[in-house]
Design a binder for this molecule. Structure first.
Ligand SMILES: [Zn+2]
Length: 130
């Protein structure tokens, strides 16, 4: 599972960062996950729970904030979101969508601006009373 190895390095990085502070407990960890990483939120949560066992992060909540893909077109200068294949709404639910990495205006070549990151945005922790 790809998610486990990704999450493993994230957990490691957060723990390293937390060691610099006097932390009592951690409540929430905010993770930005780009659409283009194709990482599953459920799998990430599962991996998080598993990997944080016995660490300072055990019992904390992983909050995943999805990052939409945005692109920049080198042909017409378009900047913004992209089109999706199978982009349809049914009973208020969006079904699995496949991002189309090309310009929605002119179908030209684009540069991906957002949607590739998988980073910890912030950590909500309780500091020790000293
Ligand atoms: Zn274009």
């Amino acid at each position: 599972m790809h998610e486990v190895s990704v999450m493993s390095s994230i957990v490691e990085a957060v723990l390293t960062e937390l060691r610099k502070y006097e932390i009592e407990s951690v409540e929430e960890v905010y993770l930005t996950v780009g659409e283009m990483t194709y990482l599953g939120a459920e799998q990430l949560e599962f991996a998080y729970e598993f990997l944080t066992q016995g660490t300072l992060l055990e019992g904390s909540k992983l909050v995943i904030e999805p990052e939409k893909i945005t692109v920049k077109c080198s042909t017409c200068g378009y900047e913004g979101g992209i089109k999706y294949l199978g982009d349809e709404e049914e009973d208020g639910v969006y079904h699995t969508q496949l991002p189309v990495i090309s310009c929605p205006e002119c179908a030209g070549q684009v540069e991906v601006v957002n949607g590739r990151s998988c980073v910890v945005k912030s950590v909500k922790a309780v500091e020790k009373d000293v």
